[in-house]
Design a protein around this ligand. Structure first.
Ligand code: AMP
Ligand code: ZN
Length: 115
């Protein structure tokens, strides 16, 4: 838990969020400013600031986040039509909240490359 971290406060229940799925390792909730009909953020409960802070010991954790995103997409019926998962990192990546989060976007045709 990092005291000044918005997403740690969400995991602690101190800031409200619309929870989509949760387990002892991870939490998925609706993005407050959705960029697609489905826009969910999947985060580890443990505070990790950026992708740069991941270690080899976090391989299973990252797999777990991706698996949670897959399960949500499947549950929403988006698996065959498709969806996008994104981790933004630092300034050029557009990261604004420094607790890693996997964006899950779907429900519309997404363009590429992103802006
Ligand atoms: P990023 O720019 O990759 O760091 O993404 C941060 C995301 O967090 C953005 O899509 C924001 O809309 C979202 N966000 C910020 N505050 C909240 C909040 N309180 N609850 C849910 N999503 C949030
Ligand atoms: Zn945090």
């Amino acid at each position: 838990m990092s005291d000044d971290c918005l997403f740690c406060k969400i995991t602690a229940g101190e800031i409200p969020a619309t929870i989509v799925r949760e387990d002892p390792t991870a939490l998925a909730f609706e993005d407050v400013n959705p960029q697609a009909p489905l826009h969910v953020l999947v985060i580890p409960r443990r505070h990790i600031a950026t992708l740069n802070d991941l270690t080899d010991a976090d391989e299973a954790l990252v797999g777990h986040l991706v698996g949670m995103a897959r399960d949500i997409a499947r549950e929403r019926g988006l698996d065959s039509r498709g969806y996008r998962t994104v981790f933004n990192c630092n300034t050029d990546g557009g990261q604004t909240v420094f607790h890693i989060h996997l964006h899950l976007l779907g429900g519309r045709s997404l363009t590429w490359p992103p802006g």
